[in-house]
Write a protein that binds this ligand. Structure first.
Ligand SMILES: Cc1cc2nc3c(=O)[nH]c(=O)nc-3n(C[C@H](O)[C@H](O)[C@H](O)COP(=O)(O)OP(=O)(O)OC[C@H]3O[C@@H](n4cnc5c(N)ncnc54)[C@H](O)[C@@H]3O)c2cc1C
Length: 392
């Protein structure tokens, strides 16, 4: 590429227009900065089949950005948590927490679409088919090399990496943790004989967690298991698949009747060692890619975006990406991020085995949550708002 052909200077360049990068762009839009959002895909509309469960805290943030989707959302009123083959179980309810819902289930695509709709009303420049190839520190700004339809070099006071933890993150940031779980997630929509009435199920099994999230007139199923097991389940015809699901999950949600197309996702835990480099910060899945068991990936990523917006508001334009700026961001995210990652990892490792001591402890924890409402409310608050929610 002839880098001398086109140059571009911006205050903030956001790399990746997934839900986290787009929400960040939207939250930054009113601040009067020159912002550019770069997306590798040919079109902004995403083509993801899966659904996401968003927390009440995420709803409040998206509403404040004017990007809360107004349709195709199902509320979670209660969450039933159980441990297969053991007595431990608990139920978390929106009523107890005095919130309209414990969570909201919607399609990944609807979320991206609604953020984009709001973005279109702002001055943020959005460019598709613009994969970023490299970012370097160029003495006072980030030098961004863009390929695709309009190859060029961009200078940004701050580059924000929100590529979902893909190749660019891997080439720029060292991981403190990078492990593939021995689990894969199978995702599908299923219908049952019982109406869901806003009930979500989180069931821990020896193979891995299974979640049923209420979505429209059905459930969004996330079934985790070994690669072998999930491959076998993907290969089954609908009827035997539903029988396997029934055996595995039981009859709490009634009898499983139909299943839609099934997809699978490899699961890993990747954590970058340092969140920042000079004039470069990574957020969302670029900063931490987690197991979907607790439905925390996007919720945590949105809190990254919100914290970054607050730091941008605190600093002068000329200090974007400076050492002090980066330190302020890192310190804002330290506790909530560590806690979110730690809790998710604990749920995966502590609830996916049958070691006698571990199984006794986790069943006592689940029973403890039922017996001690303050403990249950504290955990639910963390789910709703992150660890800072405990102070609410
Ligand atoms: C099965 C499953 C279920 C999940 N369920 C939940 C849930 O219920 N709740 C929840 O909160 N989270 C959930 N998650 C996690 C959630 O999907 C992610 O945390 C979230 O999508 C991260 O958003 P992001 O914008 O950081 O990254 P992504 O969604 O991965 O978006 C990254 C974007 O960057 C673009 N890009 C990549 N490389 C480049 C480049 N070089 N240049 C320019 N653009 C680039 C990509 O095209 C993409 O648009 C789930 C994940 C899985 C796998």
């Amino acid at each position: 590429m002839d880098e001398s052909v086109i140059h571009d200077n911006v205050d903030i360049a956001i790399i990746g227009a997934g839900p986290v990068g787009s929400a960040l762009a939207l939250g930054l839009a009113p601040l009067g900065l020159n912002i550019l959002l770069l997306e590798a895909r040919e079109r902004m509309q995403a083509d993801e089949k899966r659904t996401l469960a968003l927390s009440q805290g995420s709803r409040e943030k998206l509403e404040s950005f004017g990007a809360w989707p107004d349709e195709a959302i199902t509320t979670i009123q209660q969450i039933h948590v159980s441990d297969k083959g053991h007595f431990g179980q608990t139920i978390l309810t929106a009523e107890e927490m005095d919130v309209p819902a414990l969570g909201y289930v919607l399609r990944y695509n609807s979320l991206v679409d609604s953020v984009l709709k709001a973005l279109n009303k702002t001055d943020v420049r959005v460019e598709t088919a613009s994969p970023v190839i490299h970012v370097t520190d160029n003495d006072g700004y980030a030098k961004i090399t863009v390929g695709g339809v309009k190859p060029r070099t961009i200078s940004a006071s701050l580059a924000v990496l929100a590529d979902g933890g893909k190749e660019l993150t891997a080439s720029l940031f060292e991981n403190s943790h990078d492990s593939v779980y021995e689990q894969v997630a199978l995702v599908a929509h299923v219908t049952c004989t019982k109406k869901h009435t806003g009930m979500a199920y989180e069931r821990f099994t020896q193979e891995g967690p299974v979640a049923l999230l209420p979505f429209e007139d059905r459930y969004a199923l996330v079934w985790t298991g070994t690669q072998e097991r999930i491959s076998a389940l993907l290969a089954l015809a609908d009827e035997p698949f539903l029988r396997e699901l029934q055996n595995h999950f039981g009859y709490r949600a009634g009898q499983f009747l139909t299943v839609g197309p099934r997809n699978s996702y490899p699961l890993s835990l990747k954590i970058v060692k340092h969140l920042t480099k000079p004039h470069l910060i990574c957020i969302g899945n670029a900063a931490q890619t987690m197991h979907p068991v607790a439905g925390q990936g996007f919720n945590l990523g949105l809190r990254d975006a919100k914290a970054l917006i607050e730091v941008v508001q605190q600093f002068q334009r000329q200090s974007l990406g400076s050492v002090a700026f980066n330190d302020a961001y890192v310190s804002k995210r330290r506790i909530d991020r560590s806690f979110g990652i730690g809790l998710t990892h604990l749920l995966v490792t502590g609830f996916s085995n049958n070691y006698p001591i571990v199984s006794t402890v986790r069943n006592q924890v689940l029973s403890g949550l039922t017996i001690f409402p303050p403990l249950r409310r504290m955990l639910t608050k963390v789910m709703l708002y992150g660890v800072t929610g405990i102070l609410k």
